[in-house]
Design a protein around this ligand. Structure first.
Ligand SMILES: CC(C)(COP(=O)(O)OP(=O)(O)OC[C@H]1O[C@@H](n2cnc3c(N)ncnc32)[C@H](O)[C@@H]1OP(=O)(O)O)[C@@H](O)C(=O)NCCC(=O)NCCS
Length: 228
């Protein structure tokens, strides 16, 4: 059930064992201590928040009024994930910055966090599609999106600035795991990405693969991808 936060126009959301709160200084301090993924997920890493000036700047940006809502998922007082949504993208309600640090990975935090957000936004903005873009190598994230009822609507090549910059510097060994997902065209590194879309009301199935295998059919299965 959504309730107004006294700090901002971003409503606090609760469910699935999580509280989704707008950014504040205490939570930013927790984010600064999160573990990091490194290449090719380095753009999500938040170690720079250990610099007080950068932490203050980031907090200002993430709490500024506007079309973006930035959330931190809190479980038993601990920051365990984050996500953002652009309410005014013409493609739909646009989810981005979906991130759970390595120490909280694999416990369904991303699934639960996005389920809470999607349900709340679906009630607040009925009839709108959800959309997001994800590099094709981010397979753990894709499992989350399928579970939430997203399908792959489109595949495209684009220049992901952060990945492209790093591709000039990493070793061939570091590049190998994503070799099938990148190409060098017209003097630039490009990354393949899926555009995921979710129609309003699409069922969710928040169980992990393990739980699904053990529990049989729930009648709430996520849609299979429509195209690759
Ligand atoms: C992708 C990400 C958000 C997933 O968060 P999460 O809370 O671990 O998500 P879940 O617990 O729901 O796990 C999702 C899938 O990841 C896989 N996974 C997660 N942690 C794992 C681990 N430690 N070992 C093996 N598989 C793991 C599982 O396959 C799981 O799917 P399943 O339950 O159907 O088998 C998180 O790993 C992350 O922040 N990664 C880096 C940034 C990123 O890729 N963001 C998304 C960009 S679009």
């Amino acid at each position: 059930m959504a309730e107004a936060s006294p700090r901002a126009l971003v409503p606090v959301l609760e469910g699935e064992g999580l509280v989704l709160r707008p950014w504040d200084a205490e939570l930013v301090a927790q984010l600064a201590a999160w573990g990091e993924y490194g290449f090719p997920y380095h753009a999500f890493d938040l170690g720079y928040l250990r610099d007080p000036a950068r932490a203050a700047e980031e907090l200002r940006e993430r709490t500024a009024p506007g079309c973006h809502r930035h959330y931190i998922a809190v479980e038993d007082g601990r920051a365990v994930g984050r996500c953002s949504v652009n309410l005014e993208d013409e493609a739909g309600l646009y989810l981005w910055a979906v991130h759970v640090p390595p120490e909280h990975q694999g416990r369904g935090v991303a699934r639960r966090m996005l389920a809470v957000l999607v349900r709340a936004l679906e009630a607040e903005f009925p009839g709108r599609d959800f959309v997001l873009t994800s590099n094709t190598y981010a397979v753990n994230a894709h499992r989350v999106y399928f579970a939430l009822g997203f399908h792959i609507a489109e595949t495209r090549w684009y220049t992901d600035r952060e990945v492209a910059e790093r591709l000039w510097r990493v070793t061939e060994q570091e590049r190998a795991p994503i070799a099938a997902h990148i190409r060098f065209r017209d003097g630039r590194w490009q990354v393949r990405a899926y555009v995921f879309r979710r129609a309003p009301g699409t069922p969710m199935d928040l169980r992990s693969a393990h739980q699904r295998a053990a529990g049989g059919d729930s009648g709430q299965r996520p849609q299979a991808p429509r195209s690759q």
